[in-house]
Write a new protein. Structure first.
Ligand code: NI
Length: 251
């Protein structure tokens, strides 16, 4: 029972065989997938995919990398709201790809956090080399949601947990250069863990560098189980329950 909380099935890397892949993915244990938009066009495409497949849900939003090209249009996002839209994402800050437009990134991030609060949806957050500003904004706005592909320190993880948020772990956990991620995983209560792929990116070892998809999540669960001294099944089951609580059980 695999719930992939973060993927990009509208990426062109899936163009040639997307339907083939998705119609057979349940056979590999995948029961739910959230596919994330990065701008209006891809958010629309995510919704189309969610309409076609009952086990797919959509997140809509502007990824910080896109803000070099476009401006955040909150009304356009509101216009996309749909019963299969379960989160605003992926949104956040990325100072790895772009340091020149920090103010614009922060404004776009905050505007989308406010939208999520207004319409009572959780957020899926991207933070790459922007830990300080991300944490400061999260402390101010206290969203409900997840820090996807968590790459911060143990101290940052503690702060994020104090805010009641979840931590998303993907293929990086299986990489040799995962830095302090194993320590973060060992301190992370299982009830705050979400599993994710970021497909087509970040395939776990032994598929590193290849195209990723949701059926590879057991490799990530195995690694997390090893670190925490529990079975991969327990990791998969609890992470799925967590994802239901955050994204699918409406309060
Ligand atoms: Ni992503």
């Amino acid at each position: 029972m695999i719930f992939d909380t973060h993927s990009h099935y509208t990426d062109e890397q899936f163009d040639s065989d997307l339907d083939e892949l998705l119609t057979s993915i349940n056979k590999n244990g995948v029961t739910e997938i959230i596919t994330c938009g990065t701008d209006i066009e891809s958010s629309k495409a995510c919704i189309t995919l969610a309409e076609k497949y009952p086990f797919i849900y959509a997140a809509i939003g502007y990824h910080p990398e896109e803000l070099t090209r476009v401006d955040v249009d909150i009304n356009a996002l509101k216009g996309l709201l749909h019963e299969k839209v379960v989160a605003i994402g992926e949104i956040g800050l990325d100072y790895y790809w772009n340091k020149e437009n920090k103010e614009k990134q922060k404004q776009g991030f905050i505007a989308q956090l406010n939208l999520a609060k207004e319409i009572n949806l959780p957020v899926i957050i991207h933070d790459r080399e922007a830990h300080g500003d991300t944490l400061e904004i999260l402390k101010q706005h206290k969203p409900s949601g997840v820090l996807h592909c968590f790459s911060g320190s143990c101290e940052m993880a503690q702060e994020v947990l104090k805010l009641g948020m979840y931590i998303g772990v993907g293929g990086v956990a299986t990489f040799k250069n995962a830095k302090c991620l194993p320590e973060v995983i060992s301190l992370l209560p299982l009830e705050r863990l979400l599993l994710e792929t970021d497909a087509p990116y970040l395939a776990p070892v032994p598929f590193r560098g290849k195209r990723n998809d949701s059926s590879l999540i057991p490799y990530i669960a195995e690694r997390i189980g090893d670190i925490k001294g529990i079975s991969a099944e327990k990791v998969l089951k609890t992470a799925r329950e967590n994802a239901y609580r955050l994204f699918l059980e409406k309060n």
